[in-house]
Structures are given as C-alpha cells and as structure tokens.
Write a protein that binds this ligand. Structure first.
Ligand code: SAM
Length: 330
C-alpha cells in the first residue's frame, strides 16, 4: 500500500468503527425534535436557539448538530458572524417525526431494539440462530416501522409487473396494510385481504386501516397452520426472509394449493446477487435476520428453488431499486 492509500484506509477504518453511531445520531436528533423544529421554523437557526427551544444543553446540541451536518442530515451556513443550521431535503421528507414520509419508527426500532440486539451478534454467529434476551419492541411501533417503508417504495414495487388481471389479492403477513392501500389505489378493481396473526389484525383495524376502507379486509390466522383465504395473487412482502427454507416451502405450498387457477405469488425481498457480492443492504439484512428471526436473505436461484419446490412456474424477477420483485404463476 502506498502512503496515500494507507492514509485513506485508516480514515475508512476509523469511520467504519464509529458508524454504529450514525443510527443513534439520526434517531436522537429526530427524537429530540431537531428536524421538526427546523422544518417548522422555515429558516435556519443557531445551535443556541435550537437548544433553547428543545430544552437541551447548548454544548451537547452543538455537537449533535455538527455530526448531523457530517452525515448530511443537516446543512450549515455562516451568516453575519453566526453559524446557522437547517434541514436537508432528506431531513424534511423523512427524518422529522412530523415529516410527510417520516421514518421515525424505523429509526427508533433500529437505534433502540436492533442496536441492543446487535450487542449479541457474536453469540448469534456462534450459535447460528437468534438469541432471545427477552427484549421486545411494542407491536404498534413495529407496525409503524413496517408501514413507513412502503411510502417511498410501495408503488414502485407494485408497478414492477402488470398485476391488473389479479383482482382478488391476499397480502400474507400484510401487517399494517400499507402495501394493501397502495395496491387498491393502483388497481381500482381490486380487493385485498390482509392475513396476519390475531393481535396484528386487531391493532391493524384499530390504528391503521379505517373501517370505511371497504376494499381492504382482515383475516386472522397463522399462515403456517390455518386455512388460507382464496385469492388470485398472494403477496409475500418481507416474509420469506424471516423463515427457514423448510418453512418457506411449507408456506408457499399452502399458497399454491389455495391459489385460484391462473393465479400466482408475488415475493418482495431485497435479493442477494447470485455471487453474493452485494448489494450491501442484502448483506446487512442477512445479519439483521440472524439477530431477529430464523431466516436469511437469498440469491435469485435460492428464491427460484423455493418457488419451484412449491409448484410455482414461469418465475420472473425484476429489480426495483431497493427491493426485488419475483412473480411466480400457479
Ligand atoms: C416482517 S413483517 C412484514 C410485514 C409486511 N408484509 C410488510 O412488508 O410491511 C412480517 C409479518 O408477518 C406476520 N407473521 C409472521 N408469522 C406469521 C404467521 N405464522 N401467520 C401469520 N402472520 C405471520 C407478522 O405478524 C408481520 O406482520
């Protein structure tokens, strides 16, 4: 390595060693209300004013704001001898609790629940399974976290294939109903049944899907044991990566049996490159799955094998930015 390369490498080493703090920085600034305050003030503010309005120490707030500038959550300018902090577009759109497409619960889940779980990553790697330490995130907050992802990605994912010839949809493990809402707005003649565990369905009805939304219904059940509602298309978004290969084939076989003739299954996951070289999101989620579930991220041929084993044919796959979409036909 040349001296310049070595200097670059040590910079990267340092950054990587502290990168676990990024999640904490992002969430702390959001939770304290920094992004909401700057969004609502409509003008950049000094660190002293921000600290005063949010009831924190000016010394601590200045450190937090500078770190947010470093990671491009905030921007900074010098004007009339003052240092002024303002939101970036990313912060306005996603990082405030009151941002139009807030990722507050996603940040909270990762900075609190996953962060604590990650303290036991070495144990999970040694044992090859999730370690249960009695830590739970609240169901409502988990559902908010699940919901948030589909505001930037839902429409793109559902547009990957023309699904207009599938009017009767079952969103298997459909959780908050966020993807179901995108589906019915995209395909006006469709209806969606959300199949999920009883406590999730109760919370979904109470907090996420209004009873006036007649084209979305809920169905309580365990998809590995209970009867599966009949449908033209089964959506499995972020489900298979939570399960072992054995459970995936069991679930997919049950869906294949319940599926109407000509119907299919739509799998939405972050898929690993065939040679496992990336994308980094799939590689990271592989570890997240190890920490939280029995599952893993898979390559295209691994998904192909699961769908084929369950009887699905004509398997097609499309990349849509972060998520990949796989359509299999009965
Ligand atoms: C990772 S979340 C994905 C939620 C949703 N599909 C999305 O992408 O936003 C997994 C969902 O599957 C549901 N689930 C897990 N095991 C289940 C089972 N055996 N029967 C029914 N639902 C289940 C969970 O309650 C949760 O809502």
């Amino acid at each position: 390595m040349s001296t310049t390369e070595e200097a670059e490498a040590s910079k990267m080493l340092l950054r990587n060693q502290y990168s676990f703090l990024i999640s904490k920085i992002m969430f702390t600034a959001s939770d304290l209300g920094v992004f909401d305050l700057l969004m609502e003030s409509k003008e950049p503010l000094t660190s002293v004013t921000i600290a005063e309005r949010l009831g924190t120490s000016p010394f601590g707030m200045e450190r937090l704001l500078d770190a947010c500038v470093g990671y491009k959550f905030l921007q900074v300018e010098r004007k009339e001898n003052q240092t002024l902090y303002g939101n970036t577009d990313l912060a306005n759109l996603y990082l405030g609790k009151r941002s139009p497409k807030t990722h507050y619960y996603s940040m909270k889940f990762n900075a609190e629940f996953l962060y604590t779980r990650a303290q036991h990553l070495a144990d999970s790697v040694r044992e090859g399974e999730t370690q249960t330490y009695g830590l739970k995130s609240s169901l409502r907050e988990f559902m908010e976290f699940m919901r948030e992802m589909w505001s930037p990605c839902g429409r793109v994912v559902l547009n990957a294939f023309d699904l207009s010839h599938f009017p009767l949809i079952c969103d298997v493990g459909g959780c908050s109903g966020a993807l179901a809402k995108e589906y019915i707005s995209l395909y006006p003649n469709s209806t969606v049944t959300i199949l999920d565990l009883p406590e999730v369905v109760e919370t979904g009805k109470k907090h996420f899907v209004s009873s006036e939304e007649h084209r979305i219904t809920f169905h309580k059940g365990d998809f590995l044991k209970d009867p599966i509602p009949e449908a033209d298309l089964y959506i499995l978004a972020r489900i298979l990566h939570c399960f072992t290969d054995e459970n995936c084939v069991q679930l997919l076989t049950r869906l294949n049996k319940a599926c109407k003739p000509g119907g299919g299954v739509l799998v939405v996951e972050i898929v690993l490159n065939e040679d496992r070289s990336g994308p980094v999101e799939a590689q990271i989620f592989g570890l997240v799955m190890l920490l939280c579930t029995q599952g893993k991220e898979r390559t295209p041929s691994e998904y192909n094998a699961l769908l084929s084993a369950a009887g699905f044919k004509q398997i097609q796959q499309k990349k849509t930015g972060l998520f990949d979409v796989i359509l299999g036909r009965k």
